[in-house]
Write a protein that binds this ligand. Structure first.
Ligand code: TXA
Ligand code: MG
Length: 317
């Protein structure tokens, strides 16, 4: 199936596919998702098979109406409610104790459920028209680079899955994931919304998850990786053989003769850098370079999420 223009007719067609237990790739404001009806176990199983994702890695459920959170979570604390009022629709995923009706295949039998309301018209329309909740991980092969454009999905998953074209995604980096458990709030994955923004709204610092709490396989060491070796550097002085390498700098114009080079943001803007990160990594992966060097960015604001992805992509933590 081709890449589909995001017309009402095509979104409706894809909603019908979801309704019937099929799988569709669709844009969100963060990265593209690979979606299926969250309450249809066979449909959800297809996602795991297509992605070659281990079954112990749970999925985020996407909703189009805030009150639907109450249909999925058994307990919604007031602070969480406030977060949904201020930050939804938006790139914030919330993990709460789940209701029994949520299938174990979606939550990997964890007893908790991850929910978010995406800030993307196409995604919201798809959810509404299907009249389902859509379970969707990023539309890439497990542990590979996340997709921020339809071409990235075609490269990894082939032509069999319908893809709704929403052009390049706005944030280019996945949602921030927080978890509520027994009165505590944890940051499980830094993402498109800065953690400081969340902390301000709940009036509490987000805790670092301890080993018992994590169990989010996004925490698996190697993740978001290109097919080539990715090496994190402070700057160009650390690069040995530019002629056979790709180099991605934060904002400085690369000065050596690389096989491939690019800047995350010419102005040193972290938000722009995040939106370009996966796209540039895909290009570097497609280049003839033997290895990819990438420069560190400052770990403030969304820079925290960028460095999280870069470290995981390089297999370092
Ligand atoms: O921006 C995003 O969040 C994108 C778009 C498509 O919505 N989705 C996304 O999904 O990044 P995925 O599956 O690639 O990453 C979701 C992460 C995984 O690391 C998964 O382990 C974790 O969320 N997760 C899901 N449910 C969980 C749960 N109940 N407890 C702990 N971690 C959970
Ligand atoms: Mg992913």
């Amino acid at each position: 199936m081709p890449v589909l223009k995001a017309t009402f007719k095509n979104i409706k067609k894809c909603a019908l596919i979801i309704k019937k237990g099929g799988v569709v790739a669709f844009p969100t404001e963060t990265v593209y998702g690979l979606g299926a009806d969250a309450f249809n176990e066979n449909a959800v199983l297809k996602i795991f098979n297509i992605k070659k994702r281990p079954r112990f890695d749970p999925l985020i459920i996407h909703i189009a109406n805030k009150p639907d959170l109450f249909k999925l979570a058994s307990h919604v604390p007031n602070k969480i409610l406030r977060l949904t009022q201020k930050l939804w629709p938006g790139p914030l995923t919330i993990i709460l104790p789940k209701k029994k009706i949520v299938p174990d295949i979606v939550t990997a039998s964890m007893g908790t459920v991850a929910v978010r309301m995406p800030d993307n018209k196409i995604a919201l329309e798809l959810i509404k028209l299907s009249k389902k909740f859509i379970a969707a991980p990023s539309a890439n092969k497990f542990s590979k680079l996340s997709p921020t454009s339809p071409s990235h999905i075609l490269k990894q998953l082939g032509k069999d899955i319908p893809i709704i074209d929403g052009k390049k995604t706005v944030y280019g980096i996945e949602s921030t994931i927080i978890k509520y458990e027994k009165g505590n709030y944890y940051l499980l994955r830094p993402g498109a919304i800065e953690k400081e923004k969340i902390e301000k709204i709940i009036g509490k610092k987000l805790k670092k998850p301890n080993k018992k709490i994590i169990e989010a396989p996004g925490q698996i060491k190697k993740h978001y990786s290109p097919d080539k070796k990715l090496i994190i550097v402070n700057g160009e002085k650390d690069i040995k053989k530019p002629e056979e390498s790709a180099y991605i700098s934060f904002y400085k114009k690369p000065s050596k003769n690389y096989l491939f080079s690019a800047r995350l943001s010419k102005d040193g803007n972290l938000i722009e850098a995040a939106s370009n990160l996966f796209e540039i990594l895909h290009l570097a992966e497609e280049s003839k370079a033997k290895q990819i060097y990438i420069q560190k960015v400052p770990e403030k604001g969304i820079g925290l999420a960028i460095m999280d992805r870069i470290r995981k992509a390089s297999g370092n933590e």
